[in-house]
Design a protein around this ligand. Structure first.
Ligand code: SF4
Ligand code: SF4
Length: 159
């Protein structure tokens, strides 16, 4: 529970809370504020059946909106896309391995700091795009790509 004496900034977040409190103890709004909105976790991934190795593609999930870099139906995402994983403290352990290496949830769970371009550090949501991390305008739609062609859309450097 947040301490009532803890200073809160104008966005309702406690100062440097991600450095001071365990992820599992964060209230929902602070947990959600860790997401930089990069859209990387909404890209389709391919898993090698033999090695279990996961590769990211530049293909957005069917609900991903490339123009806004947001989920097209965040509230109903799990009902509409079976494979969508809700990132929460109780799911993080199972999924963290294949979350993008830049994702705040992954970084913090590995004991790493947030990068300078993260909005909680920069104070500017646009810094994610300026740093080249955002997938806005960089994806192709799932329905436009034949499944056989998915391997040709693999992108490196995400994990
Ligand atoms: S990869 Fe992490 S930071 Fe980026 S959109 Fe997904 S949950 Fe948010
Ligand atoms: S359903 Fe929405 S949140 Fe889930 S992967 Fe697709 S675009 Fe992302």
């Amino acid at each position: 529970m947040p301490d009532n004496n803890d200073p809160i900034d104008r966005t309702g977040l406690r100062k440097d809370y991600w450095k001071r409190f365990p992820l599992a103890d964060l209230p929902l709004h602070e947990w959600e504020a860790l997401c930089d909105g990069c859209g990387r976790c909404c890209l389709l991934k391919l898993e090698d059946e033999d090695t279990g190795e996961v590769a990211y593609t530049n293909i957005g999930c069917r609900l991903f909106d490339d123009a806004t870099c947001r989920c097209g139906n965040y509230a109903l995402r799990k009902q509409l896309v079976k494979g969508c994983v809700i990132v929460r403290p109780d799911t993080l352990e199972q999924i963290v391995e294949w979350m993008p290496r830049t994702c705040a949830y992954r970084l913090l769970s590995e004991g790493k700091p947030l990068p300078d371009w993260h909005p909680l550090i920069s104070g500017d949501p646009d810094s994610v795009r300026e740093a080249g991390i955002s997938m806005q305008g960089k994806t192709v739609a799932e329905f436009d790509i034949d499944e056989d062609d998915w391997p040709n859309h693999v992108i490196k450097g995400m994990l």
